[in-house]
Design a protein around this ligand. Structure first.
Ligand code: HEC
Length: 150
């Protein structure tokens, strides 16, 4: 018996869904999805709520590049782990809003943001990333530079 029931159910599910029925949404919601289990996007904590990304803006990249080498390179390289994680790919891994918030609101995120707290645990012997006192425009240019090293 068991052997035939499952394929039958699957088949009827497929047929029904082809007919426009949404099996899943018709099921009674027995248990609410626990909040923590959702793949929540971490946008960090800070003044930035959204960032518009367009085509790479080379002027911005140049500004971000020089900020990177004067203020970040002490700890971060593009590919190698120096004191801190290499930053290649970070603009894919984290959202633009997250990155700008971390640059602009470093200390509060170190205290409260789960992603940053977990990351800090991986670098226990490194001095905390200092707040670099960047302006919004400077942080935006650093983000543009980081987009070129995805
Ligand atoms: C004193 C060393 C130091 C300096 C200077 C520094 N950082 Fe960091 N940074 C760290 C450490 C350590 C971490 C990992 C722990 C944490 O998140 O605080 C980190 C984490 C990050 C992250 C999160 C990485 C990830 O994988 O999500 C970003 C983005 C970042 N730094 C960007 C920058 C930028 C941009 C600058 C320059 C404006 C900078 N940092 C300057 C030490 C530093």
């Amino acid at each position: 018996m068991k052997k035939t029931i499952l394929p039958m159910l699957l088949l009827s599910a497929i047929v029904l869904s082809m007919m426009g029925f949404e099996m899943v949404s018709n099921l009674p919601a027995t248990e609410p999805v626990p909040q923590g289990k959702k793949e929540a996007v971490d946008n960090g904590i800070g003044p930035i709520k959204s960032v518009k990304l367009g085509k790479i803006d080379q002027d911005l990249v140049d500004q971000g590049n020089s900020i990177f080498y004067s203020k970040c390179y002490l700890c971060h390289d593009v590919d190698e782990t120096k004191l801190a994680p290499p930053l290649r790919g970070v603009a894919k891994k984290q959202t633009p809003v997250f990155i700008m918030n971390y640059l602009l609101n470093t200390v509060e995120m170190q205290e409260k943001d789960a992603t940053i707290k977990a990351l800090m645990e991986q670098f226990p012997n490194v001095p905390k990333m200092p707040d670099q006192q960047l302006t919004k425009d400077q942080a935006r240019s650093v983000l543009e530079f980081l987009r070129t090293i995805e």
